[in-house]
Design a binder for this molecule. Structure first.
Ligand code: COA
Length: 327
């Protein structure tokens, strides 16, 4: 049986930082409120004329190819998960293939909000398991600063910019992506969405004046659903694979809010030291959080480690993936 394994991970976060202190000069908030409610200290901001999501994706992919000694022409397929494409068309995947010289690859963008990395990993896994694709790249990230209203304290304290990328290859060893369970419930759309700029309500001067190009969020509703669903699905995948706190090495939760991470950890029954957390440095980078955790913790991972990835996000979308680290 061919399995798909992650054989390399890389990331890119912009240099510019937006600290809680800086935010407290912009809106009515303070470091104590932000840190105690979300666990965030600072986020990264991509600045520079004309730089969009594809810029971060390109940097992450170049590093990934260099780290894994892979030539751009060896890549067969590229999937990018993001909610902040440079433009509505073409796709970020398409732009990155061109810029990096992945001339034998085709690719596309996939949208599942904060669950994008999991939806993307499931998709890329099936491509690789089919035997047809030997080297696939999954890019996940967002330039959230492009869709956040920096006068709205309900949202501007949470989100940041960043991007991760993984190389996925076939293996006949007993490592790699072992199991997954993904969910979606479109009735949750009303609690987290962008009101204008899509086909239902194209942008006009009125929508722009009303700020409808920015993320709209009912934080409490999202919070309650995230707490329940992220832990439920992680437990579902653990139970059916006979995984317990003793034989799991890492939980990698979507970094939306430290309290959501903490509550998931408690329900799953893992000690703090088995949970990847970097929300304090980057905030919620939406599609970027899980690959950026893998990137930050890569040195601590060992071949054969049992890892549970879990996410919850807009849509609603949520899920969990069980993988055995492959290197
Ligand atoms: N600074 C200071 N006060 C703030 C604030 C800020 N940045 N944002 C909101 N407040 C105020 C509110 O106005 C409210 O004041 P009131 O009681 O006088 O009305 C109070 O703080 C509590 O607001 P509430 O929305 O109940 O806070 P909360 O504890 O739910 O925290 C979130 C807000 C957004 C941090 C939290 O709901 C959350 O993280 N939700 C999930 C978001 C998420 O994960 N989104 C991404 C999708 S995965």
């Amino acid at each position: 049986m061919i399995r798909a394994k992650i054989s390399g991970v890389a990331g890119f976060v912009p240099e510019d930082r937006l600290t809680n202190e800086m935010l407290s000069q912009m809106v009515d908030t303070n470091d104590e409120w932000i840190f105690s409610r979300t666990g965030i200290k600072e986020r990264r901001m991509l600045k520079g004329e004309g730089l969009g999501m594809s810029y971060m994706a390109e940097q992450a992919v170049r590093l990934l190819l260099e780290k894994t000694n892979t030539k751009p022409e060896e890549i067969d397929v590229v999937i990018c998960t993001t909610i902040t494409q440079d433009m509505l068309l073409p796709s970020v995947a398409n732009l990155v293939c061109y810029r990096v010289g992945m001339t034998n690859a085709w690719g596309f963008d996939l949208q599942a909000a904060c669950s994008g990395f999991l939806y993307g990993l499931e998709t890329v896994t099936k491509f690789v398991e089919s035997g047809k694709y030997k080297k696939a790249i999954l890019i996940s990230g967002d330039k959230m600063s492009s869709i956040i209203d920096y006068t709205d304290r309900n949202t501007c304290v949470i989100f940041g910019d960043g991007c991760g990328a993984v190389l996925v290859e076939p293996t006949e060893e007993n490592v790699g992506i072992m199991d997954s369970k993904l969910y979606s419930d479109g009735s949750g759309w009303q609690y987290l969405h962008i009101k204008a700029g899509g086909s239902a309500k194209p942008s006009t001067m009125d929508t722009l004046m009303a700020g409808e190009q920015y993320v709209y969020q009912e934080g409490q509703k999202v919070y309650v659903n995230a707490i329940k669903n992220m832990a439920d699905v992680a437990i579902e995948v653990m139970e059916r694979n006979h995984l317990t706190a003793d034989n799991i090495q890492w939980l990698v939760p979507h970094q939306a809010n430290k309290r959501i991470i903490e509550s998931t950890r408690e329900r799953v029954g893992l000690p703090v030291e088995k949970v990847m957390v970097n929300i304090q440095n980057y905030g919620n980078t939406t599609n970027g959080t899980i690959p950026l955790c893998l990137w930050d913790y890569e040195k601590q991972l060992k071949k054969g480690d049992n890892i549970i990835l879990a996410s919850f996000g807009g849509g609603f979308t949520w899920g969990a993936i069980y993988l055995k680290w492959a290197y």
